[in-house]
Ligand binder design. Structure first.
Ligand code: SAH
Length: 374
């Protein structure tokens, strides 16, 4: 059970005074890029489908101001589903016995990158369960090889929590960006969703270390996870404002029936889209992906996200035979496609909603560098 957005779930229509207050708050957020806690809460507690077009247009206009209708593409490689962590919602956590585990060798990862490069991608996102197989030495070797063979690309890692020394080594070897969703900024909810050996404080420390070292950092959270409240979502907004990440990944919680959270309701499309739009207004220049989870929840979930402020898509370039095994949630899209098919599908979707693909490296607008001089 989740308790968020009470008026979205029913066929509720606000009277004009409530709608007008919400419009005013959206205008204030657009202008000042922050609201008071009780103002955010007013929006989340009261918003209905009636006010969504206003929110969507405001968020789209802010995105357009900085990035126009360009969508950056990142080739996503899921390198291993071995995981020692205990995120109770995640279908590859260490307790799940029903999946076959796999990991890619450094040579196989390089092959995926080269294929991605030929498809035009200039950022690779290398993601994994928390797999101790990938030591710093191994990853440093991988990074050096990628950067040597493809000097004009950016590499994003998403390998979970590591020590500051490890992050530093990965940065020194050429990693440009690091994605580590904070998952939730509420200590209560974090502790409910994770095994007791995991630490809310450590996750935050990892994020501040990543920032301090100089990565372009991505945080993010799930919407609609069991027991989540609107107050918890407001905490997410405040934490993001304080951290100031370059990227924010937002997706619905999708229930996986082989996890201990089985039987719970998943998050919904409208509530996830509202959070995407609010984050666009909160952090106007942020890189905001239309996530695979949104596409898995609804056939045109990602396209809807592009229309309300998202500006990044992450087509999969993992070997087709491994894709279904990286099952962090069920009914994940693109698990039987080849990388080539994903490339064509993504382009069609982006163009279909009046956007255009941008095959540049797609750095955050405040960090744009001339790649030739790298
Ligand atoms: N080990 C890495 C990558 C984790 S998978 C890390 O810890 O950062 C990437 C993201 O998928 C997670 O951060 C989480 O937000 C999301 N995720 C995992 N299980 C999910 C589920 N059941 N529904 C929706 N999102 C999920």
């Amino acid at each position: 059970m989740n308790y968020i957005f009470p008026k979205l779930k029913k066929d509720f229509k606000n009277d004009d005074s409530i709608s007008n207050k919400i419009y005013q708050l959206i205008d204030k957020l657009t202008e000042e890029t922050i609201l008071e806690r009780d103002e955010f809460l007013y929006i989340l507690d009261n918003i209905t489908k009636k006010e969504m077009p206003y929110l969507n247009d405001s968020a789209y206009n802010v995105k357009y101001k900085f990035y126009q209708n360009r969508v950056y593409l990142r080739g996503l490689i899921e390198i291993s589903n071995y995981c020692k962590m205990g995120c109770k919602y995640c279908g590859i956590n260490y307790k799940v016995k029903t999946i076959e585990r796999y990991r890619l060798s450094i040579d196989e990862i390089l092959e995926c990158c080269k294929l991605g490069y030929d498809l035009g991608y200039r950022t690779f996102v290398i993601q994994s369960g928390e797999d101790s197989f990938y030591t710093d030495n191994l990853l440093v070797d991988m990074l050096k090889r990628i950067k040597k063979e493809m000097p004009d690309v950016r590499v994003t890692l998403s390998l979970g929590e590591r020590s500051k020394e490890s992050y530093q080594a990965l940065f020194d070897a050429g990693t440009d960006r690091y994605l580590l969703r904070h998952e939730t900024a509420s200590r209560r909810l974090y502790e409910y969703l994770h095994a007791s050996f995991m630490s809310f404080d450590n996750r935050r420390e990892c994020l501040s270390n990543l920032k301090e070292i100089g990565f372009q950092v991505g945080a993010g959270f799930m919407v609609g996870s069991p027991t989540q409240t609107n107050e918890d979502l407001v905490e997410d907004l405040f934490y993001l404002k304080e951290l100031g990440p370059h990227m924010v990944g937002i997706g619905p919680y999708l229930c996986h029936e082989d996890t201990e959270l089985k039987g719970n309701e998943s998050g919904t499309l409208p509530e996830s889209l509202i959070m995407v739009a609010l984050v666009r207004l909160l952090l106007p220049k942020v890189l905001l992906p239309a996530t695979t989870a949104l596409g898995s929840l609804h056939t045109i979930g990602r396209e809807k996200a592009l229309k309300i402020g998202a500006n990044v898509m992450m087509p999969n370039i993992s070997p087709t035979e491994n894709r279904a095994l990286y099952e962090i949630y069920q009914n994940k899209i693109c698990t039987t496609d080849t990388s080539n098919q994903c490339r064509n599908c993504i382009e069609g979707r982006i163009v279909g909603v009046g956007h255009e693909i941008d095959l540049g490296v797609g750095d955050h607008i405040d960090l744009e560098r001339v790649t030739e001089n790298d």
